[in-house]
Design a protein around this ligand. Structure first.
Ligand code: HSE
Length: 431
């Protein structure tokens, strides 16, 4: 092999950083053969050099300050797996680009918030930023959309983008356990973010959706316009009712081109059990795209954890080793369009709603009248259990309506005092 080795510096030795070192060392001859050059980690950086990490790290140059690593002339590629949208992670990426190094990151928060500026910097210095690992872990969805589907005009995409939430919802459905217990388990398995509220409140999914929307539609990233709702309020009761009605509850990220502009949403949805995405369970992620000529395509795989995320980082390293370059967001940054954001009033769909009510005459009439007053048409109604003194659940599904009208109806029902707690609602998506 006459080509010079590609020299890697890894900043951050958590789950993903250690995984990257492991994937590169355990498969070094295979990777070198694929790159036609040696790929080797030469330097590492983390806060605590004495922490037990289960790997012999003594052969690597140790940097306690990652910013010093970014200036090391013996490093070609900086892998940033520290995390966080600002602070040291951002400083490191900027510094690495300024020092004319390629960057690879698994940091969706950073790309979702600063991806455009970083892409401009990368273009300016003729280097690349690989962020395959930032979206859907081991699923090569960035490559699939940016390269495999570059001949198609994508109109919509949707997917399960957070392994922790999908794991929690799957376990709650399969075992009837409650939310907090299953969340603890997902954290122990290394799926959750350092701050798990990012997972369960939908923020992590929204970071990933913002990136996918940009590479699919060729528009500037617009994280702030995403309508975000997490899974905290999903109860075992809703999961059971969803099953009874023929649905599963999934936290989906969805981006759609409409005449009113681009819709970007992250929220729990009921999807029919017959839809393939309903069967994506556990830590698995999936993304479905719909575009001109090709129609619908679907990608599925592990969305979190050491091996899958490290595998995506290493795929980006191999692209750099082979000088395979592509526009970071589908087109050069100067050609990215400003996103025209669709107003929330353009959101139309069917909904599931649950009310905890007293089992007495007139309750149904109150609910029906409020829906009627707001132009929301019921499709089906169902009551479970009978109790004179305790709350019983009433659930209904609606025909197509706009979300604002449904919310007005639910507010009126809450004000009427026939309910013990605020009504819950979940959008039904019939993919
Ligand atoms: N916390 C994320 C998840 C990890 O659960 O999907 C991968 O981004």
């Amino acid at each position: 092999m006459s080509n010079p080795p590609l020299r890697i510096g890894v900043a951050g030795l958590g789950t993903v950083g250690i995984g990257v070192i492991r994937v590169l060392s355990e498969q070094s001859s295979m990777i070198s053969a694929r790159c036609n050059r040696e790929v080797k980690v030469v330097a590492i950086s983390a806060q605590d050099p004495n922490k037990k990490r289960g790997l012999d790290l003594s052969n690597y140059i140790w940097y306690s300050d990652p910013l010093s690593m970014a200036t090391d002339e013996n490093i070609d590629v900086v892998v940033e797996v520290i995390g966080g949208s600002s602070g040291i992670a951002k400083d490191l990426v900027e510094s690495a680009l300024n020092n004319k190094k390629h960057v690879i990151t698994a940091n969706k928060a950073l790309i979702a918030s600063a991806g455009l500026d970083l892409a401009r910097s990368a273009e300016h210095v003729g280097k690349t930023i690989g962020f395959e690992a930032a979206v859907a872990g081991g699923v090569p969805i960035v490559k699939a959309i940016r390269e495999g589907l570059s001949g198609s005009n994508i109109q919509q995409l949707f997917g399960i983008l957070n392994g922790t939430c999908n794991y929690i919802l799957s376990e709650m459905r399969e075992t009837g356990r409650d939310f907090d217990e299953v969340l603890g388990e997902a954290q122990d398995l290394g799926y959750a973010e350092a701050d798990p509220t990012f997972d369960i409140d939908g923020v992590d999914s929204a970071h990933k959706l913002a990136i996918l929307t940009s590479i699919a539609f060729g528009c500037e990233i617009n994280f702030d316009s995403i309508q975000i709702e997490g899974i905290r309020h999903i109860s075992p009761l809703d999961i059971q009712f969803a099953s009874d009605l023929g649905y599963r509850i999934k936290l989906l990220g969805m981006a759609r081109k409409t005449e009113a502009g681009i819709q970007q949403r992250v929220h729990p949805c009921m999807v029919p059990v017959s839809a393939p995405i309903a069967h994506v369970e556990g830590v698995y992620n999936a993304v479905v795209t719909e575009g001109s000529f090709v129609g619908r395509t679907m990608y599925e795989g592990r969305g979190a954890g050491e091996g899958p995320t490290a595998s995506a980082v290493v795929a980006d390293i191999i692209d750099i080793a082979l000088s395979r370059n592509t526009n970071l967001f589908l087109v050069p940054t100067v050609k990215l369009e400003r996103m025209q954001v669709a107003p929330v009033s353009s959101y139309i769909g069917s909904y599931y709603a649950r009310f905890m009510v007293t089992d007495k005459t007139g309750v149904f009439a109150t609910i029906a009248n409020a829906l009627n007053d707001n132009g929301v048409s019921m499709e089906s109604v169902l009551q479970r259990g009978r109790s004179k003194n305790e709350a019983v659940p009433v659930v209904l599904t609606t025909h197509e309506t706009d979300e604002a009208s449904l919310i007005r109806a639910l507010e009126a029902i809450e004000r009427s005092k026939v309910v013990f707690e605020p009504p819950r609602f979940v959008k039904i998506e019939s993919f």
